[in-house]
Design a binder for this molecule. Structure first.
Ligand SMILES: [Zn+2]
Length: 58
């Protein structure tokens, strides 16, 4: 996580990391490259995960 959050994160447009996506069995998850928040992919695309799995981050 960077000290200075990128502008696109401030406006809610997080960029998930391409190389770090993983599948927990049913859902693809990754992290924002800018601020490090956990992200989840649903039918609408990638968004910030409001309830990330405990113990599986990084
Ligand atoms: Zn972000």
């Amino acid at each position: 996580m960077r000290l200075l959050q990128p502008v696109f994160c401030v406006f809610g447009k997080h960029h998930r990391s391409r190389g770090r996506a993983w599948n927990d069995g049913s859902t693809f998850r990754s992290w924002c490259e800018g601020c490090g928040k956990p992200m989840i992919r649903d039918m609408r695309g990638w968004s910030v995960d409001p309830d990330p799995p405990v113990g599986k981050q990084h």
